[in-house]
Design a protein around this ligand. Structure first.
Ligand SMILES: NC(=O)c1ccc[n+]([C@@H]2O[C@H](COP(=O)([O-])OP(=O)(O)OC[C@H]3O[C@@H](n4cnc5c(N)ncnc54)[C@H](O)[C@@H]3O)[C@@H](O)[C@H]2O)c1
Length: 266
């Protein structure tokens, strides 16, 4: 019997699909029978035994790399049904190091260029390359990873927040541009979740410094401020994304959905 969220025959690209939230998305897409292309800088060896997962080495911040990835997908499968713009990076940084102890945690030009090139330019490059084909197909869905930080700002993460706010705006604008071609564009804004490599100890230490907190207590402090009393599970975020990529979400476009256990309320 077909699954409720049946994705049989769908060809879906997941950028940054090798680990973290992306890995959970790939798992759920496969459970629902989609063909998945993982566009990432590093492969995930667990995927090698699955002939319906294709890994393509791709740097989303480089146009040549993105165009080559999309060409390979079209040459092999002839179409693209979905794109998840998931690849993203974060470097917690203060605008000004007003504590005066760790200048390395003050936002530098290199930090700015690094985050903007992947989180913002990468989303533009991948969406443009894929939308060219979706327009011809008159069908498709693009899901963009925003963040609570992009909706509400975040102390110690202004640049990251800025990139995620930009993603939120791209979602609204591209949904208006591409809607007439039967292409949906939707955003997802997670808040605090089970830890991923993005939130490793080094990132926690940097974030704690920017917030004047003890690095060892940041996680438990976070959980106190989530009304549902716990961090989100990566599968919960992935379930939402897979739903939005499916035809079950056929009239949802132009919005960014908050998934935060009520921590963010818009
Ligand atoms: N983890 C969270 O709690 C959280 C919360 C809100 C939003 N997000 C967003 O969700 C997305 C995934 O986050 P995550 O925590 O799973 O991150 P992660 O660091 O665990 O995984 C990110 C993946 O992206 C890949 N990647 C990085 N730079 C790339 C590039 N230039 N080209 C191609 N691939 C690249 C990495 O290799 C990695 O596989 C990000 O966009 C992030 O901003 C995460």
């Amino acid at each position: 019997m077909a699954e409720w969220m049946d994705l049989t025959g769908k060809v879906i690209i997941v950028t940054g699909g090798s680990r973290g939230i992306g890995e959970h998305v790939v798992k759920i897409l496969r459970r629902n029978n989609a063909t998945v292309i993982v566009a990432d800088l590093t492969p995930n060896p667990d995927y090698e035994s699955d002939e319906n997962i294709l890994f393509i080495n791709c740097n989303v911040a480089k146009k040549d790399s993105v165009d080559a990835m999309v060409k390979e997908v079209i040459d092999k499968y002839g179409k693209i049904d979905g794109l998840l713009n998931n690849a993203g990076v974060s470097r917690p940084r203060l605008l000004v190091d007003f504590y005066g102890e760790k200048p390395e945690y003050e936002l530098s030009e290199d930090d700015f260029d690094f985050m903007v090139s992947i989180n913002q330019k990468g989303v533009f490059l991948c969406s443009q390359a894929v939308a060219r084909h979706m327009i011809k197909q008159k069908n498709g869905v693009i899901v963009n990873m925003s963040s609570e930080a992009g909706m509400q700002g975040s102390k110690g993460q202004s640049c990251y927040s800025g990139t995620k706010g930009a993603v939120l705006s791209y979602t609204m604008s591209w949904a208006k541009e591409l809607g007439p071609f039967n292409i949906r564009v939707v955003g997802v804004a997670p808040s605090i979740n089970e830890r991923t490599p993005m939130n490793d100890d080094a990132a926690f230490a940097a974030l704690a410094y920017t917030r004047g907190q003890d690095p060892n207590n940041v996680s438990s402090d976070y959980e106190k401020v989530i009304p549902m009393g716990r961090a989100g599970k990566l599968d919960e975020v992935a379930d939402l994304i897979c739903y939005l990529l499916s035809d079950r979400a056929s009239y949802i476009s132009g919005t960014t959905i908050n998934i935060s256990g009520a921590k963010s309320t818009r």
